[in-house]
Design a protein around this ligand. Structure first.
Ligand SMILES: Nc1ncnc2c1ncn2[C@@H]1O[C@H](COP(=O)(O)OP(=O)(O)O)[C@@H](O)[C@H]1O
Ligand SMILES: N[C@@H](CCC(=O)OP(=O)(O)O)C(=O)O
Length: 377
């Protein structure tokens, strides 16, 4: 029997007005990946997405495959390991991928809009809002946004590297009511699905339900993250109130059907409430520019009593940041406990840390991180 909450998850995915669909490289290429895009597989995915869109739904498609599609034209046999070659392959491949999607969606007279994002676009507040407005406009026009990481310009520092987490962040960004992760495996298994005793997990009610699940380290030959990044993405999305369905791309039609199917893939129930965009990206996307080390009293004030962080509770400062940047707050043991927007430049802090506000000149007499600008980690 299916528990009540579980049916609600599948129901929510089936009924969602806006859904983000993420498809992995391995689902768009042939078995080895080196042969480039498989037109038949791509068309089948587009058929499923188009059905949902022409039926009145909004779909944002987060598609990997740029690097895989660029391998053959560059004479490469497998996914390169170094960033510059990956970027060259992505530059060639993204163009092919976008062309294929445009041609395939044109069969349904659906226009496609290419959106290439870097980590920075979901980290910096102004960029985040900008991306949010663009998606809203595209969906309003009836366009299917096709999203990928902007691999060609992303550096190691700002790179997501895997589109699973990117898809979870995009789901929050566009206000999606569901996230569908399509891969080359039909469900989450209790262990590596190549092992004979691995069993599919149909419903994940909460994180505790994952305690017995073993996840293999690697992905396919052309993919990146494997199952680990999919689970991470599922937890990010569900934690923000967005239910997730994970299954194989070949089941895209069933996954995007308006009729929930209890025997399909793995459904992850939403566990948290939708948080503000600001605190969501602060927690999941922001790359801190520095760290502030806190004494134990400050840790308790910030975490337990939800107080602002004052100079008196800081014992050390590291990094090069300006007021408005994101910093991690670490405890006396060096472990991050919170993250927030700092209200001082790094250069101003060393002379004032450890001192009470009354001891400071008026222009520096304010909190270092305001309570409203903090999230616990
Ligand atoms: N517990 C597990 N359940 C399902 N798949 C797993 C598990 N552990 C490892 N995997 C592997 O993860 C792979 C999917 O990851 P990946 O190739 O990166 O997909 P994609 O290209 O769709 O992002 C599957 O092919 C499977 O072999
Ligand atoms: N941005 C990269 C995809 C990276 C990625 O996450 O790949 P995958 O694990 O296949 O979803 C590309 O388009 O090749």
């Amino acid at each position: 029997m299916i528990p009540e909450a579980v049916s609600a998850t599948r129901q929510a995915v089936a009924q969602a007005r806006t859904v983000v669909v993420k498809v992995g490289s391995s689902s768009l290429t042939g078995p080895s990946g080196a042969g480039g895009l498989d037109g038949g597989r791509l068309d089948a995915l587009v058929d499923a997405v188009a059905r949902r869109v022409t039926g009145g739904g909004h779909v944002v498609l987060v598609s990997s495959g740029a690097i895989a599609a660029g391998l053959a034209p560059l004479g490469l046999r497998r996914r390169p390991r170094d960033l510059p070659t990956q970027q060259a392959a992505a530059s060639v491949g993204q163009q092919l991928l976008a062309q294929r999607y445009a041609g395939s969606f044109a069969r349904y007279r659906l226009p496609v809009g290419q959106v290439l994002l870097t980590g920075d676009d979901v980290v910096r507040r102004a960029h985040y809002r900008n991306a949010q407005r663009t998606f809203a406009k595209l969906l309003g026009f009836g366009v299917v946004p096709v999203v990928n990481e902007n691999d060609t310009v992303a550096t190691d520092e700002i790179r997501f590297g895997d589109n699973d987490r990117l898809a979870a962040l995009v789901a929050h960004l566009v206000g999606a009511e569901a996230l569908v992760l399509l891969s080359d495996v039909d469900a989450l298994y209790t262990g590596d699905p190549r092992l004979p005793d691995a069993r599919p997990v149909r419903e994940v009610a909460d994180v505790a339900a994952l305690s017995g699940v073993q996840v293999g380290s690697g992905g396919s030959d052309v993919g990146t993250g494997g199952m680990a990044t999919k689970l991470e993405a599922a937890l990010i999305a569900t934690g923000a109130g967005i239910p997730v369905l994970l299954t194989a791309a070949e089941h895209a039609e069933r996954a995007l059907s308006r009729k929930p199917d209890p025997a399909l893939g793995t459904a992850f129930a939403a566990s948290g409430r939708r948080t503000s965009a600001r605190s969501f990206w602060l927690r999941h996307a922001a790359h801190p520019s520095g760290t502030l080390q806190l004494d134990s009293g400050a840790v308790a004030a910030v975490l337990d009593r939800r107080k602002s962080l004052l100079p008196a509770g800081i014992t050390a400062v590291a990094g090069d940041f300006e007021s408005g940047d994101v910093v991690d707050l670490v405890g006396p043991d060096g472990q991050p406990v919170a993250r927030g927007f700092v209200a001082h430049d790094a250069a101003d802090l060393p002379p004032i840390i450890g001192r009470t506000l009354a001891q400071l000149p008026p222009e520096l007499r304010h909190e270092v991180v305001h309570a409203d600008d903090l999230v616990a980690l």
